[in-house]
Design a protein around this ligand. Structure first.
Ligand code: PLP
Length: 379
């Protein structure tokens, strides 16, 4: 099955009771048993729920994996991966990553004795310098949030395999429409399904997909034992969202390109970060591992003035100033004061998150309206 068909049919079957084309929302916590253990495959909705199960099969299908798991949020999904580790283990992570992931690593798991190395991975060979016998996980976001850096997944996977270390890839920004990390050698692919997979800014959810049966078994155990699962209503909404992922992403990419091109030519703009630009430092890697370049675009203004950046985001009329990304509507954010405020200023600025940085999640509206909005807000 090709990807565009998988988003609609992958892992799905019509409802066995009445043939409903969409899976019913099984809004139940428990299931009747005829005798202890005599049930129809479902006992308790933290462990299994048919609507969630349908979604988990869709997750596995679109990411070319064998097992999908749905969680209450993207961070709950990352939390489940970290629970594979033990005190004394070490993790090597991209230094430019979602602020909430950084907070989870440093404010929760460091206290449990896990050591994190945050490094620039734009040159993947650099990773090997940080590997020792305690290294258990390499954590990669690509493209990164918010600097849109690109990490070479194939080379990173080869390094991870050589040292018997797990490679997890946060595929939130790219989605499987643009890149399929498991096929490039990653062990675990993770999503904030809150973003492009859901696609309509109406739910909070996380996803994990793996190929390996043993790894899946451990993650299912953690999912049930820790209990951060999503509810059936949200599972239904995410399934509905995934069915249009391919056409939404196509438009996100077209509009992303139009916005990046407009900003590059604007006299008040200093830097534009979008992996489709030929002067992006890892444009060639992006071309080799992605099918297109996505709808996330970041930029800075000349003079790097904090107040000016705030004024721009306040003046947008179509772009909405808000946290989050990946919905049909265009959003704008100011990472230094919003999504990445939990990262100390000094660390933030080392990775490029300066005071004037603005991050756009370019939606699927008409491109001319988006450009006109950027023009009036910046001018
Ligand atoms: C790249 C990335 N990973 C993970 C997360 C966390 O996901 P959630 O907000 O669904 O917990 C986010 C949220 O913005 C994100 O942008």
């Amino acid at each position: 099955m090709k990807f565009n068909t998988k988003t609609i049919h992958g892992g799905q079957e019509h409802d066995l009771a009445f043939g409903s084309v969409m899976p019913p929302i099984y809004q139940t916590s428990t299931y009747a048993q005829s005798t202890p253990g005599g049930h129809k495959g479902y006992e308790y909705s933290r462990t299994h729920n048919p609507t969630r199960h349908a979604l988990e099969k869709a997750f596995a299908s679109i990411e070319n994996g064998n097992h999908g798991l749905a969680f209450a949020s993207g961070l709950a999904a990352i939390d489940a991966i970290l629970k594979l580790l033990q005190s004394g283990d070490e993790v090597i992570s991209t230094n430019d990553l979602y602020g909430g992931t950084y907070r989870l690593f440093t404010k929760i798991y460091e206290d449990f004795g896990i050591k994190f190395h945050f490094i620039g991975m734009e040159n993947a060979e650099h990773i090997e310098d940080y590997i020792n016998e305690n290294t258990k996980l390499i954590w990669v976001e690509t493209p990164t949030n918010p600097m849109l850096n690109i990490i070479d997944i194939v080379t990173t996977a080869q390094i991870a395999k050589k040292h018997n270390v797990l490679l997890g890839v946060d595929n939130t920004f790219a989605t499987p429409y643009l890149q399929q990390p498991l096929d490039l050698g990653a062990d675990i692919v993770m999503h904030s399904a809150t973003k492009y997979l859901g696609g309509h800014s109406d739910l909070v959810m996380g996803a994990l997909v793996v190929k390996d049966n043993g790894l899946a078994e451990r993650l299912y155990f953690i999912q049930n034992a820790s209990g951060a699962v999503c509810g059936p209503q949200d599972a239904f909404l995410a399934l509905r969202g995934i069915k249009t992922l391919h056409i939404r992403m196509q438009r996100h990419c077209e509009n992303g390109k139009a916005v990046a091109t407009y900003l590059v030519n604007h006299p008040k703009i200093e830097n534009v970060y979008w992996p489709g630009l030929e002067n992006h430092p890892n444009h060639e890697v992006a071309k080799s591992q992605m099918n297109d370049f996505g709808g996330m675009v970041s930029f800075t203004t000349k003079g790097n003035n904090y107040e000016e950046a705030i004024k721009i985001v306040e003046n947008f009329k179509i772009f909405t100033l808000a946290e989050s990304l990946g919905g049909v509507e265009s959003l704008a954010g100011h990472p230094a004061s919003m999504t990445h405020a939990s990262i100390p200023k000094e660390n933030r600025e080392k990775t490029g998150i300066v005071d004037s940085l603005i991050r756009l999640s370019v939606g699927i509206e008409d491109e001319t309206d988006l450009i006109a909005d950027l023009k009036q807000a910046i001018d």
